[in-house]
Design a protein around this ligand. Structure first.
Ligand SMILES: [Zn+2]
Length: 161
């Protein structure tokens, strides 16, 4: 049986796409309440379940297990300024010089667009899912991460497991 499970997470963060080559409000420092939906797709081989001992045999992945993987990445970005140091150096300098502010700066390897936040999350979650010890009748195929920046805009990235 092929199936997909999903779970939604949320975090608040600030970013600024300071180097866009055209005029845009996205260049200014601003924040979003990001909604992240993680989809895990795989297969439950029902023929391999000889005796049903517990309900978790019929789960692709327990939501608690998914939480343990996903939440640290979500919490790391929560109430932070997301930057790519190559492109946001002056912003980081400005922020760090505001002594009275308690800053939390999270440096991504890429500019903090919804696409790249989804990519970073999907890559990290896939890495964790690949090393997860699964029951013999469970196979995970892919993870999709959808990052919703506003009610109207989102980006999705799929990683094969
Ligand atoms: Zn934005």
């Amino acid at each position: 049986m092929k199936c997909t499970i999903s779970k939604q997470y949320q975090f608040d963060a600030a970013h600024a796409l300071t180097n866009l080559p055209y005029d845009s409000p996205c260049k200014r420092l601003h924040g979003h309440t990001y909604t992240v939906t993680v989809y895990v797709t795989g297969e439950i081989d029902l023929s391999k379940i000889e005796t049903a001992v517990s309900e978790d045999q019929f789960m692709l992945i327990d939501y608690n297990v998914l939480d343990k993987i996903v939440k640290p990445y979500i919490e790391n970005m929560d109430h932070a300024l997301l930057v790519n140091l190559d492109m946001n150096t002056s912003l980081v300098d400005f922020y760090k010089n505001q002594d009275e502010l308690k800053y939390k700066i999270v440096t991504l390897a890429y500019p903090p667009t919804a696409e790249m936040i989804a990519y970073v999350l999907a890559t990290n979650i896939a890495d964790n899912l690949r090393v997860l010890k699964l029951k013999d009748h469970i196979k995970l195929n892919s993870v999709k991460v959808k990052v919703q920046e506003t009610p109207k805009t989102s980006a999705e990235v799929v990683q094969i497991i």
